[in-house]
Design a protein around this ligand. Structure first.
Ligand SMILES: Nc1ncnc2c1ncn2[C@@H]1O[C@H](COP(=O)(O)OP(=O)(O)OP(=O)(O)O)[C@@H](O)[C@H]1O
Ligand SMILES: [Mg+2]
Length: 433
C-alpha cells in the first residue's frame, strides 16, 4: 500500500495540473489553480471542523471522510478502540485484584507518602478497627495509637515485623509488616499470629516442664551413682564397675542437657531486659580459664587470653558467663590436641568485642548459618564423641540478643574458626575507664 500522504500529494498535484491544463487555452490558468487551492483549503477546514466535533462529542464512530482525512480519522479510531480495550482489561484486572485482596485473611492497607490511608480491605476493618469512609484519608498513626507502632512506621527500612495486639480485638496478636512500593507509597500487611504464638508458648512450656520434672530424678540417680563410684570400685565385679562409670557419665550428660534446656527456656520467656549490673569480663575470663584448664592440659593445648582489664559492660553476669564459657569450651573441644586458642576482649570505634579464635578443624560453610539452631551439630559423629548436645550456640545467640549484641562466625576448613560477639557502645561502663 503506497504511503497515504504521498497519495494525497499526488492527488493534489494532479488536480492542480488538470486545472492548469484545462484553463490554459482559455487564458486564465492561474485563476483555475487558485480556485482548486481554495476548494482544497475549504475541504480541509470542513474536515478539521468534523474532527473537532467528533473528538469533543461522545460519538464512538468517526465521521465519513475521503483522502488523507479518511486515513487520519481511521487511525485515531483504531487508537481509541485499542485504548478502550486496554482500559477495560486494566479495570477488570484492578477489580479482580481488589476482590482478591478483599478476600485475603491478612489485613492490607495502602498508605500514601504522608502515611494517610488510601484503601484497606475487610480484614483491616476488623483487625485494625478501621471504618470505610470515616478513616480513608486519615493518617494511620492518628488511628492506631500504639507508641511501638508509630516507632515502627517511622523506621527507614525495618527488617523484622512488629508484633502487637490487634486494636480491633485485643485477644488477637498481629505481625505487622510495612512494604514500600511505587513512589513513596507503602503497603501495610498485618497477619493474625495468635495461634502460632499459642503453639510456640505450648512448645516452650512443654520443654520447660519436662526439663524441670527430669531435674529431680536425675539429681537423685546421679547422687547415688556418685556415692557408688566414690566407694572402692575394686570390690565390684569388673563389668559392674565399668557400667557404673558409664551410667555416671551419661546421667551427668543428661543433667547438662536439662540445665541447658531450662536456661534456654528461661532466656526465651524472660521479656525483661537483662540486669544492668557492671560485669568484670576480664575477671570472668580468668574464672573460665580455671574451669577449662584440666581439658586444656589433657589436650596439650595453649590458651592465650588478652583482655582489657578496665573494660566493663552492663549486663547479666550469669548469662554472659554461659555464653563466653561455651564459646571457649567449643574452641577447646573442637580443636585438635596441641592446638592454639586465643581469646580477645577489646574495644574499638565500633563497640566492644569478645573474640575466640582457634586453629582447629574449622566448619564447612553450609553449616555456619545453622549453628545457632537448637541441637544443630556440624559434625554429628565427632560432636557426640566429645560430648556436645548442640544447645550451646543457641544459648549464646539468646544471651547476645538480650544484650543487643550480635554473633559473627567465620571459619576456614582445616585452618580454624573465629567466633566474635559485638556489643554496642551504650553497654560500656564509662566510670570504669
Ligand atoms: N570452634 C569450633 N570449631 C569447630 N566447630 C565448632 C566450633 N564451635 C562450634 N562448632 C560446631 O558447632 C556445633 C554447635 O555448637 P554448640 O556449642 O551449639 O553445641 P555443642 O558444643 O555440640 O554442644 P553444647 O555446647 O550444648 O554442649 C558443634 O557441635 C560443632 O560441630
Ligand atoms: Mg558448645
Amino acid at each position: 500500500m503506497p504511503n497515504p500522504w504521498l497519495r494525497e500529494l499526488r492527488r493534489v498535484l494532479i488536480w492542480l495540473a488538470l486545472a492548469g491544463l484545462i484553463a490554459w487555452p482559455l487564458g486564465y490558468p492561474m485563476t483555475a489553480i487558485l480556485l482548486v487551492l481554495g476548494g482544497y483549503f475549504i475541504w480541509h477546514l470542513r474536515n478539521m471542523y468534523r474532527l473537532y466535533h467528533w473528538l469533543r462529542g461522545h460519538r464512538f464512530h468517526p465521521p465519513e471522510a475521503s483522502g488523507i482525512w479518511g486515513e487520519i480519522l481511521d487511525m485515531i479510531y483504531r487508537l481509541q478502540v485499542r485504548h478502550r480495550q486496554r482500559k477495560r482489561r486494566l479495570s477488570g484486572l484492578i477489580k479482580r485484584f481488589q476482590a482478591a485482596t478483599e478476600a485475603m485473611p491478612d489485613a492490607t492497607v495502602i498508605l500514601d507518602d504522608y502515611g494517610a490511608i488510601e484503601w484497606f480491605n475487610a480484614a483491616a476493618e476488623q483487625q485494625l478497627a478501621l471504618q470505610p469512609g470515616r478513616d480513608q484519608g486519615q493518617r494511620i498513626i492518628n488511628l492506631i495509637r500504639y507508641p511501638q507502632f508509630k516507632h515502627y512506621l517511622e523506621e527507614d527500612s525495618p527488617t523484622l515485623p512488629l508484633r502487637m495486639a490487634a486494636p480491633g480485638d485485643p485477644g488477637l496478636m498481629l505481625s505487622v509488616r510495612v512494604v514500600p512500593y511505587g513512589s513513596r507509597q507503602r503497603l501495610l500487611i498485618a497477619r493474625d499470629i495468635t495461634q502460632q504464638l499459642k503453639l510456640e508458648n505450648m512448645r516452650r512450656d512443654f520443654v520447660a516442664n519436662v526439663s524441670h520434672e527430669l531435674r529431680t530424678p536425675l539429681t537423685v540417680v546421679n547422687g547415688f551413682l556418685e556415692t557408688l563410684n566414690d566407694d572402692d570400685t575394686a570390690q565390684y565385679p569388673p563389668h559392674l564397675a565399668r557400667s557404673l562409670e558409664l551410667m555416671a557419665q551419661q546421667t551427668s550428660r543428661m543433667q547438662h542437657l536439662v540445665e541447658d534446656l531450662l536456661l534456654l527456656s528461661r532466656l526465651e520467656t524472660d521479656r525483661n531486659a537483662p540486669p544492668h549490673e557492671p560485669v568484670r569480663v576480664a575477671a570472668m575470663l580468668a574464672m573460665i580459664r580455671e574451669a577449662v584448664e584440666p581439658l586444656i592440659e589433657q589436650k596439650d593445648q595453649q590458651l592465650h587470653i588478652q583482655a582489657d582489664q578496665a573494660l566493663f559492660i552492663y549486663g547479666a553476669e550469669k548469662e554472659l558467663y554461659s555464653a563466653f564459657s561455651n564459646l571457649i569450651t567449643n574452641a577447646v573441644r573442637y580443636t585438635q590436641d596441641g592446638g592454639e586458642i586465643s581469646v580477645h576482649w577489646y574495644q574499638d570505634g565500633k563497640g566492644t568485642h569478645f573474640e575466640v579464635r582457634d586453629n582447629g578443624q574449622g566448619i564447612a560453610p553450609q553449616h555456619i548459618p545453622r549453628l545457632t539452631e537448637r541441637f544443630y551439630r556440624a559434625d554429628t559423629g565427632r560432636s557426640r564423641e566429645v560430648g556436645g548436645t548442640g544447645l550451646g550456640l543457641a544459648i549464646v545467640k539468646h544471651v547476645l540478643n538480650r544484650h543487643q549484641a550480635a554473633l559473627r562466625i567465620s571459619s576456614t576448613q582445616g585452618k580454624g574458626s573465629t567466633f566474635s560477639c559485638d556489643f554496642p557502645e551504650n553497654l560500656l561502663v564509662e566510670a570504669a575507664r
